[in-house]
Write a protein that binds this ligand. Structure first.
Ligand code: G6P
Length: 609
């Protein structure tokens, strides 16, 4: 993944680069660096560790200049170190480069360049680009870059400057996101829009295989053969402040508490005014089209994959279409059985996850229709899919996904009801009831969030244990998987989700006295069965916290603690269960003193395989 920024204009470049990088740290944060042009030379400062380390160094010894590039890294080739941090330079420091992505043939290129006398200072794949620029120098940066791009293979977003051509910055996009910020007498590049919003709202999202030449006074775009291409900037209307922490100690907590609004926004305009049906104007499908779908493959990674598991139940229940849910990194290398009528649904908060994007492209290549559910307008996934449902969660900064998941669930329920109605697979009364129930979700979620102090107390106790188990049946199990993922990724406590009925086939051996077990019991049809499974763990002296419907007095007799959530239909239970699970993980992580928003080894947007 990694985040890149670039600036050219009248301001002190160092400040713009550091501010931009601070908005991109979600893309990686194991090292950072900047290169600033000043008085005939590049000055570089790079440092392993968080951006704060680099900022401190630069504060002590500022780099003066009005043009530069910067990078925040998530290591792929070469461990996090000062030497491996970007920007990278060639032997004579005539070129500096920042890169997001992977140069796939870098080994071979490195060998060839070494054989012709180049000396490498890092273990990265990126450094070959700097040496190639030196090797292929034509006396003109633009044509040299085009030549270099002919020989590098892989995925990249690049920012490049050359000593011989001050006043110029080149940006290239191939399979990794990159945007241009257009200012007045100044211009910017960045991996994502928030990095430039402080300075400009006019941006251009570079298309696949485009190259931009930036000077202070203008931007010109080209294809990778060097032909000029016309580009239309867009005006960003959303607020940069929305991306700030707004008084919460962590983005994650803020984002958990934003869920009622996020759900309201995602429902907005999608429930008919008469309250009887779902409208998805972005999917103007005919009845015929909907009826032709013979199967759906939902493909995603991480939390989005878990949302897909709930989506399967929603779609199979309401639309009666068989659904398979697959992990994108597996799907992309399989030979899945599809027909012309199979619909591929990709789910991705960022819309940039490399494996999900690859699965999308695979589906498109085999002629299948692709529907994307994503949170980022203009993302690669959104642009390449045939149909798009946007989840209006707003920017999600914390690495652990929260409000994006909840809005993905909403989108999937809406989609299931919409397609089910088109296919006449569901009776209108059921849809009308669902519409009514969905409309109450934001308010009910607010009630759920009011239980945060109790959850904090429980999490403080649970955080003393090195294990936790999350149990459920049916949809409760789908949510248990997300609950366990949340718990392990930010608290670093081993957490396992299990279908409650399967426990006795192995995992029960791990249940010992006092071990925390979180049991979901909201599937009415499976209530008795779930209760029996709870008794199995209680008999082994586990400490059981049940998540149950308000008013369920029975459950309290069988467990140590109950956390009640407002009653809704079992079908929508995931929307009620997830916030307590997120809060449990959050407070356990805080209790352990972890960096909640930036858990170790992880990154928000995984744009590499
Ligand atoms: C990373 C993030 C997760 C996210 C997953 C998929 O692992 O840390 O929170 O669920 O990527 O990301 P996507 O943007 O495709 O939903």
């Amino acid at each position: 993944m990694c985040g890149i920024v670039g600036y050219i204009g009248p301001r002190p470049a160092q400040d713009v680069l550091l501010s931009g990088l601070s908005k991109l740290e979600y893309r990686g944060y194991d090292s950072a660096g900047v290169a600033v042009w000043n008085d005939g030379d590049f000055q570089l400062e790079k440092s392993v560790g968080r951006l704060a380390v680099l900022s401190d160094r630069l504060e002590a010894q500022p780099l003066v200049g009005n043009q530069g590039i910067g990078h925040t890294r998530w290591a792929t080739h070469g461990r996090p170190s000062d030497a491996n941090a970007h920007p990278h330079a060639d032997c004579s420091s005539a070129f500096v480069v920042v890169h997001n992505g992977i140069i796939e043939n870098y080994m071979q290129l490195r060998e060839e360049l070494t054989a012709s006398g180049h000396t490498f200072a890092s273990e990265t794949d990126t450094e070959v680009v700097a040496h190639l620029l030196e090797e292929k120098w034509t006396g003109d940066l633009f044509s040299t870059v085009l030549q270099v791009l002919q020989v590098v293979r892989g995925a990249y977003a690049l920012g490049i400057m050359a000593k011989a051509e001050p006043g110029k910055l080149i940006a290239v996009r191939k399979h990794s996101p990159l945007i241009i910020g257009l200012g007045d007498g100044e211009n910017f590049i960045a991996s994502d829009i928030p990095a430039v919003l402080e300075y400009t709202r006019d941006v251009y999202i570079l298309e696949e295989g485009e190259l931009a030449v930036l000077t202070r006074d203008g931007v010109a775009c080209f294809d990778l053969e060097g032909h000029p291409v016309h580009f239309e900037p867009l005006r960003v209307t959303w607020d940069a402040v929305a991306a700030e922490r707004g008084g919460y100690p962590h983005f994650m907590l803020k984002e958990i508490h934003e869920q009622p609004k996020a759900v309201r926004d995602t429902l907005s305009g999608r429930l008919s005014e008469d309250g009887l049906s779902v409208c998805l104007p972005e999917l103007p499908w005919s009845v015929e089209q909907a009826k032709q779908i013979d199967r759906i493959h939902i493909v995603a990674c991480g939390t989005s994959y878990h949302a897909g598991l709930v989506g399967k139940v929603a779609i199979e229940t309401l639309a009666r279409i068989p659904v398979d849910v697959e992990i994108a990194s597996e799907y992309r290398y399989r030979n899945p059985i599809v027909t012309d009528q199979t619909l591929i649904v990709v789910i991705s908060q960022s819309g940039e996850t490399a494996d999900t994007l690859a699965a999308l492209r695979k589906a498109k290549a085999s002629g299948n229709r692709v529907l994307a559910i994503t949170n980022v307008v203009g993302s690669s996934v959104a642009r390449e899919a045939d149909d798009v449902i946007i989840t209006w969660a707003g920017p999600e900064i914390s690495v652990a996904s929260t409000k994006a998941y909840t809005t993905q669930l909403v989108a999937l329920y809406l989609f299931a009801a919409y397609v089910g109605a088109l296919r006449s697979a569901v009776d209108p009364g059921t849809v009308a009831q669902l519409v009514k129930d969905l409309a109450t979700m934001p308010e009910k979620l607010e009630e759920v969030l009011d239980t945060a102090p109790l959850i904090e107390q429980i999490a403080n106790e649970f955080s003393a244990w090195n294990d936790a188990f999350f149990l459920g049946r049916g949809l409760d199990y789908s949510v248990a998987l997300e609950g366990a993922l949340k718990y392990k990724e930010i608290s670093y406590i081993h957490a396992e989700a299990y279908p409650a009925g399967e426990l006795k086939h192995g995992t029960l051996a791990l249940i010992t006295e006092g071990v925390p077990v979180v049991a979901m019991v909201t599937q009415d049809a499976l209530y008795e069965k779930s209760l029996s499974n709870i008794k199995e763990v209680k008999a082994r002296d586990a400490h059981v916290l049940a998540l149950a419907w308000a008013g369920d007095a029975e459950i309290a007799k069988s467990v140590d603690r109950v956390l009640y959530v407002p009653r809704t239909v079992s079908f929508l239970a995931p929307l009620m269960l997830i916030a307590p699970l997120q809060l449990l993980a959050y407070y356990a992580s805080v209790a352990r003193g972890n960096d909640v928003d930036k858990p170790r080894n992880l990154a928000k947007s995984v744009t590499v395989e």
